[in-house]
Design a protein around this ligand. Sequence first.
Ligand code: NIG
Ligand code: FE
Length: 414
Amino acid sequence: MIAVINISQLVTLSGPQRPRTGPAMRDLSIIENGVLIVRDEKVSEAGNWDKLAGRIPENAQVVDAGGRIVMPGFVDAHTHPVFGGNRADEFEMRAAGKTYQQIAASGGGINSTVERTRRADEGELMLAGRRYAGWFIRNGTTTIEAKSGYGLTLEDELRLLSVIRRLNDDTDLDYVPTFLGAHAIPLEFEGRTEDYVDLVIHKMIPKVAEERMAEFCDVFCEEGAFTVGQSRRILQAARKAGMKLRVHADQLTKGGGAELAAELRAVTADHLEHTDIEGMSLLRMAGVQPVLLPASVLMLGSKQFPDARSMIDAGLAVVIASDFNPGSSPVPSMPLVLSLASTQMRMTPAESITAATINAAYSINRGDQIGSLEPGKTADFVIHDCSDYRELAYFTGIEHARAVYKSGRQVFQR
Ligand code: NIG
Ligand code: FE
């Protein structure tokens, strides 16, 4: 049993058992001078010192937070964390003036990571995956949604999903697996996209479902990737096979992805840099959560950030995530994502924290377990080295997390 005391702000995010929208996104349910009591891997009590001081069990291990804040671990609801090699070479080419799409069209981009990933054996992928898991944790993230998508053959996609499963077992980070076989058209299918779509639908989805390798299925719906029609067929097949749906939508162009996500009542529509007000209202009516990824906009050198303000005004339960991947977002840091949300998308620090914890937890079907610090929830929490939660988004380019706890066990200390 653990009792964390001397907490300047215990940011609980307690509240109704549903994703937060509108003004509720600004309500973090903060307890000043807080105490957090953890028993059997779960939050047992979260309250004020004056109320709880006399109730700290004798046998509790007391952790003094030193007047710092305590928050739920970040839930990063969109990552691509298993890949071979990296793309520092393309990063350099973009610095010299090439665009992401130009590089992709000339054989680079996602397909160059596919080539490097196919060549890597499981040991190499695990080694790299463990390294990235460490980066997430030291930045205060305790759960990630993790996509396949750099294999693009039946065998390689299964291999990536099994690496994700092993990373979940072997590291202190929790992984929620998503099958993204429709991430790009692999080079050997050039000019035969429909054949690849058939392979995804008739070979990959049944096998992934049969072996229970993924909870979600995602599609990159974009010019140069999969059309709305192809994406629809893939997602419908995945739903039939028992997976829940996510969509990469309107990232580089406005291509109907948001409308498709609404039509299919996907759980999330991700990116949405080019989504208009009509698209937002369709998402709202269909109960789809937007997952906004400002670090990918930053790292692509674009200025086109998604219109988070209009989405919050439209009543959408906004999520923000890192999009960690070797191409558009080599960024595992949720504090940086919070800073971008405030400076580039005019989300207040409180809205950003809601979007990165409780709303994110709901978007990966874990809203009843993580994302807030309430009795009965898993004790995934972080002591950040600041006394006011706004400093997390304000001081930028540093690692704020001082200690990270997963299921009540310390997994990182600075
Ligand atoms: O979310 N847009 C598609 N997928 C990734 C990029 C992946 C890559 O470039 O390797 C994204 O930005
Ligand atoms: Fe992505």
